[in-house]
Write a protein that binds this ligand. Sequence first.
Ligand SMILES: O=C(O)CCC(=O)C(=O)O
Ligand SMILES: [Fe+2]
Length: 326
Amino acid sequence: MKNEKSAMYRRGRGWSPSTPLPFNPSQPARVAATGDGDIACGASEQEGRKTCSSVDDDKNMKMPQPHSHDPFDICPRPSPSKQTAATVVLKPPLLVTNRERRKQGGGPSPPQVVRPGMILLKSYISLSDQVSIVKICRELGMGSGGFYQPGYGDVDGEGAKLHLKMMCLGRHWDPLSSQYTDYRPSDGDKPPQIPPDFHRLVRDAIAQAQTLPPIKPDICIVNFYSQSGRLGLHQDKDESQESLRQGLPVVSFSIGDSANFLYGDSRDVDKAQTLELQSGDVLIFGGKSRNVFHGVSAIHPRTAPIPLLQQTNLRPGRLNLTFRQF
Ligand SMILES: O=C(O)CCC(=O)C(=O)O
Ligand SMILES: [Fe+2]
């Protein structure tokens, strides 16, 4: 922890955009995720509000553009395909390979119940689907509303930065206010839509998990962790009260380098359990685990599947997509 005021990671503070932002002094500030191995703690919510009042007021309006974001290429060398996002053709379409593989009897391993409401689908996403997802995220990530470096504490780029890159699809999740907005406050960009093939993958994964209710995801948060990336323990609590009440699951895709995923019933990292998530794994948490504390404590360098790297030029690190229904 180095600077309590300058950096924070406050995803999921337990309020929804439709309700006033409460200040709850009993709830500790979120541990921040940083890519340099630093763990920084958040300011109090009251302090956080001071820095982002303009965001709260204008969440549904096209905002002035205090600064633009440099594009971040998750596949920095030229991709084999020069197609743009709009023209990326998935051959075979996402899921076809998963379905065919199942028909051939070589399907993914059975769902593992990590704890009630938390299901792990090991090696669920086929290699070709992982390649397609990376390519789509690369194209979307380079465009309007694409990957950016979330900053904390101010909007002029001088505040401390999270050392993970983020892109939101469907709606923007704003780290400053812990609210969903239609536009990204820092540059006014509208998040790209969630591609239809992603919807199908999510739907089939939840069906495969068997015990959790389906969702119609309208939000996907895409994180790219460098090999030193981290994400502090937090809850995903910014979706609607109804979504949380129903325990609608969060569906998480892991692609690239493996990660240590922490989970537990409190923010106490010493009490958390660890699960290694590898490329192609899908973790689903809903029902009794919808409010589970979770985070990422380490990325394991050089653990991504070689063919994935060969076919995508994915840079060292880990791509994670979490789908939610607001
Ligand atoms: O990277 C992960 O596995 C978790 C990401 C996450 O918890 C989030 O984006 O809210
Ligand atoms: Fe989360």
